[in-house]
Design a protein around this ligand. Sequence first.
Ligand code: AMP
Ligand code: MG
Length: 418
Amino acid sequence: VQTGLDAAAALRAILEATSVLGRETVAVGAAVGRILADPIDSTRLLPPADNSAMDGYAVRVADLAGATANTPRELSVGFSIPAGGEADRAIGPGEAARILTGAPVPPGADAVVRQEDTECDGDRLRIFVTPAPRENIRDAGEDVRIGERVLEAGTLVGAPHVGMLAALGRSVVSVHQRPRVAILSTGDELVEPDQAIDGGRIVSSNSYSLAAQCRELGAEPVYLGIARDTPEDVERYFRAGLGADVLVSSAGVSVGDRDYVREVLEKLGCSFVFWGVKIKPGYPLAFGRFARDEGPLVFGLPGNPVSAMMTFEQFVRPALRKLTGHRSLYRPTIRAVLAESMYKSAGRLHFVRVELERRDGDVIARSTGTQSSGVLRSMTRAQGLLIFPSEATELLAGDAVTVQVLDNEFFASSQPGF
Ligand code: AMP
Ligand code: MG
């Protein structure tokens, strides 16, 4: 087992051990947020026929040469085609067909004139414009042709993709499975939120923050509960999680007297790839796997609430995204201007919780205050994580810094943009 890796090496080791999960079939309506396992080739022509873009009249352009407001042309309305109707016969010379938006254009017609450019009296129709050939006609296949590749495998399904799949006649679609993540906490001091916290108890908030982090990225958390600090209890809880794709525990991976997580996992057949990453917060992160992938990927996260969330964010989240089939595994990063100088010693990469503010076209990053790994409040306020590189010792006010944006709402706006 390697110890004291730098962040990039730890991430590389994790992703090397991680492969995309298999596939499952889901209803198209439920596919949003999932990743397509197969490319989608069309077996249909969309739209299936030339059809009208307007309510008006299907005409022959040749009949209308020179038509203007002052010199209208007169046609007879032979028949009418509603949306969903069929054009069962052609229009002849001097003839028009009443047509509604989306209805198929009859044979013989080569333009549609808007109703507003006409006057109709019984079956006598006066037309006040000369249409261009194909005007107001949507061509068959202008959207999708038969045999065309419409969506690539690996596409993240959004609302337009759902609509397209439906239009192509799909009611189900093959997507990558969502990772199941077993979550457990270890510690004699831990209780559930509705229990009393006298006698040195604290709520196992990690169980909840980690499950929520899973949900936010579309993974399925399975909460196993709180293991007491005995080898037997720790083993019992870990065994319960061996069927998951990923097992995430918090606490018990430091060098304390009753930190049994590593020893128990090794007994169960997990080999640790590394222990300890040169980051702050979150040094005591352990990562392990089972031989021939006969068990979950195992993340032993540190116990401190911020450290647990931070190591999940930086190391578990990319792995879960990779398992889910995502191609881009990381948060968006932006360049920001640092509001106040900050200092540290060399040797560890710091993830600094920052608030972000737009000012005159720049984004200003400001520390949320104390960076203690126990202060969960700092996470609730953090819109981003500033990367304070391992070997750097100071970042000065006004410096350009790299910030991972955690809060998608930062890109939300109070203005509509039009
Ligand atoms: P440990 O790794 O067991 O030494 O725990 C480090 C710190 O994290 C201690 O202050 C624990 O009380 C705290 N801690 C451990 N597990 C949790 C948890 N599930 N939720 C919140 N805090 C925890
Ligand atoms: Mg503990």
